[in-house]
Design a protein around this ligand. Structure first.
Ligand SMILES: Cc1cc2nc3c(=O)[nH]c(=O)nc-3n(C[C@H](O)[C@H](O)[C@H](O)COP(=O)(O)O)c2cc1C
Length: 214
């Protein structure tokens, strides 16, 4: 089928060897446009999810997300990041108990299950402050993870506040220590991961922030 489509395109391109090559290139480009469409659709459909099914996320699945993350572009390929995954309910519940004491109001909100927006799996992203590109690198890594997750039917939420809480609250120190981060690394943010139990609508974006310069 693909071969005949290529032949057809080759014929349309003039039947010469060069024409056949042009047909192949055009067919490959057309196939990429379709793939590109899927990527664009995934980007536009991703939303922060804050309610999750209680189903665990398999570690093989999480591993794919991590592989996508560390394949993000990063300054001079220094990879100035450290990723830690926690799916242990004892850990998540334990640090959430600390959080609840400090933030009783948030803990009392309807649907509150844990401080990671109720997700069963959390990816912690830490940065090496010595590398000036690390905040950008870690951000790009996170978006790769969140888009891959979306493409695989998972929900995610980037969480700055949970990381700040763990970084700054003495009661959470033992949980930060258990992450076993390299010396000097700072916990930058977390990514909540799980099977979504809500489908939030897109929040409005301000298109006036974008301009073509002639
Ligand atoms: C750096 C960063 C920190 C964030 N921190 C939190 C957070 O602490 N809690 C939370 O619920 N959402 C957090 N978010 C998610 C944003 O609120 C969300 O991305 C934004 O409102 C746009 O919505 P959308 O992701 O559904 O498009 C964070 C997002 C980013 C990029």
């Amino acid at each position: 089928m693909i071969v005949s489509a290529l032949c057809l395109m080759g014929m349309m391109a003039g039947c010469s060897p060069e024409g056949a090559q042009q047909g192949e290139v055009q067919a490959a480009a057309a196939a990429q446009i379709d793939t590109g469409k899927v990527v664009v659709e995934t980007i536009m459909a991703r939303r922060s999810v804050r309610q999750y099914k209680e189903w665990p996320v398999g570690r093989d699945t999480v591993q794919i997300l991590l592989d996508c993350g560390i394949n993000a572009p990063n300054g001079m390929n220094k990879q100035p990041w450290a990723l830690r995954v926690v799916d242990d309910p004892e850990y998540i519940g334990g640090v959430t108990e600390v959080f609840k004491k400090v933030n009783p109001k948030m803990a009392g909100e309807p649907g509150f299950k844990n401080m990671f927006r109720n997700a069963p799996t959390v990816i912690f992203v830490a940065a090496d402050p010595v590398a000036s590109s690390s905040p950008v690198d870690c951000g790009l890594l996170g978006e790769n993870i969140m888009l891959a997750a979306r493409a695989m039917g998972l929900g995610t939420c980037c969480l700055g506040s949970a990381a700040a809480f763990m970084q700054n609250n003495p009661g959470a120190a033992e949980y930060l220590e258990r992450l076993d981060l390299p010396r000097g690394y700072k916990l930058l943010y977390c990514i909540a991961v799980g099977y979504p139990d809500e489908s939030p609508a897109a929040k409005e974006r301000d298109a006036s922030k974008v301009k073509f310069i002639d």
